[in-house]
Design a protein around this ligand. Structure first.
Ligand code: ATP
Ligand code: MG
Length: 200
């Protein structure tokens, strides 16, 4: 399974609906400073519900909505709503149809060779709302997280390596580094279960 494309609509610096395709093996994004490269990573974290743990660069969710006057802090006009959709290629059947149906709470998920996870944040005068969709069915964050966990994508995982993570790994003690390797290898989960069992 891999990210096939990303659709950003009114998200951060992407004021116009923008579809970004990705290759299966390796994709590099280049561009001048401030052109929006890191905003693309933020979009993935936002849409997959990984934002809180993996350090998205925004103080509040509504800062993620495109603001035409972002740089001169003139907060005027425009719809206060942003949407990001992550389109996953699941043609290798990393996730089964029944796993997707289960998460969506509906049989009506279409062809699961393509899994689309969409998140929308909407700001009203005195509040904001956040919505998740799985193949166009409204779901909760926990549904998305449970589904992604079955494909090995977790908020605590290292599917996304942020700026500074590599330096941190180099500078940590051998024991702490071992814990990360255990986490990635999936051993940590069993260690935790073993500990729980001993406690009982
Ligand atoms: P660098 O090479 O310096 O890391 P980058 O390509 O990663 O740059 P980003 O950090 O992705 O750049 O983009 C920063 C730009 O996004 C800034 O110009 C900032 O004004 C703009 N930006 C951030 N949030 C918003 C927003 N809500 N509305 C409009 N523009 C925004
Ligand atoms: Mg950057």
């Amino acid at each position: 399974m891999y990210i096939k494309a990303l659709v950003l609509d009114n998200f951060k610096s992407f004021g116009r609906k923008t579809k970004i395709p990705f290759y299966e093996d390796f994709t590099v994004i280049t561009g001048p400073n401030g052109s929006g490269k890191s905003n693309i990573i933020d979009a993935v974290l936002f849409a997959l519900g990984l934002a809180r743990t993996r350090g998205i660069r925004a103080e509040k969710l509504t800062d993620l909505i495109y603001n035409p006057g972002h740089d001169d802090s003139d907060n005027s006009g425009g719809p206060r709503e942003a949407t990001v959709e992550v389109i996953l290629d699941n043609s290798d059947k990393t996730l089964t149809r029944s796993q997707v149906v289960n998460a969506a709470g509906s049989e009506d998920v279409g062809d699961v060779d393509e899994i689309r996870i969409r998140r929308r944040v909407k700001e009203t005068e005195d509040n904001y709302y956040s919505y998740y969709y799985l193949n166009d069915r409204a779901v909760n964050l926990s549904d998305i997280q449970d589904l992604l966990a079955q494909a090995g994508v977790t908020p605590e995982g290292y599917n996304v390596v942020m700026q500074g993570d590599v330096t941190e790994i180099i500078n940590m003690t051998p024991h702490a580094r071992r814990e990360i390797i255990d986490e990635i290898a999936g051993v940590a989960e069993f260690d935790a279960k073993k500990e729980d069992a001993f406690e009982e």
